[in-house]
Design a protein around this ligand. Sequence first.
Ligand SMILES: Cc1cc2nc3c(=O)[nH]c(=O)nc-3n(C[C@H](O)[C@H](O)[C@H](O)COP(=O)(O)O)c2cc1C
Length: 195
Amino acid sequence: MQNNTLNELHARKSVRAFTPQPIPAEAKLAILNAAAQAPTAGCQQLYTILDITDPELKKTLAVTCDNQPFIAEAPLVLIFCADCKYWADAYTEGGHDPRPAAVGDLLLAVSDTNIAAQNAVTAAWSLGIGSCYIGDVMERCEEHRKLLNLPEHVFPAAMLVFGYPTQQQADRQKPARFAREHIVHENTYRERTGE
Ligand SMILES: Cc1cc2nc3c(=O)[nH]c(=O)nc-3n(C[C@H](O)[C@H](O)[C@H](O)COP(=O)(O)O)c2cc1C
């Protein structure tokens, strides 16, 4: 089966080298607005998005995120933080005494955050803008919490760099995926064979 959405989902691939072309303000807004339209648990939007505009901060992130120089060169860098703080703050503000956030709250917030991030990826791709996730933002969480001034209960769950793909990146083959039967199990989990 084919349609435009399915074709775009199949065509999307990570982009790690960008042309110097800046991302127009309108496109950036469209990406951010699309992120906010993602499904979200209880419609709470348990995330805060950091728009990294400071070139020095981008350079630092390029180093702290496993020395990946293309981060510093990306015209748009967004860090999606799972935020278990601001609802608690709102309840406290309203005179209530919310229970402290627990692991389950973090998992829910991370789900919310990553779903919003993926909406941003898809929206960008539809505008001809490539992107790449940077997992190291959470792997070196403690360092990034200090760097980004993240309070307690706010976790940097996903970082995305965006830009227009160079010709080499546009031509690069997308990595293949496993055959569907290895990934989709019917009803219950099935151990994979050695094969
Ligand atoms: C959570 C996550 C973290 C990732 N971290 C990095 C990264 O630090 N550097 C990088 O170059 N790519 C990173 N990627 C991109 C993956 O390498 C890429 O999605 C994968 O190889 C499949 O390729 P495709 O996106 O082109 O289909 C990450 C992807 C995800 C989902």
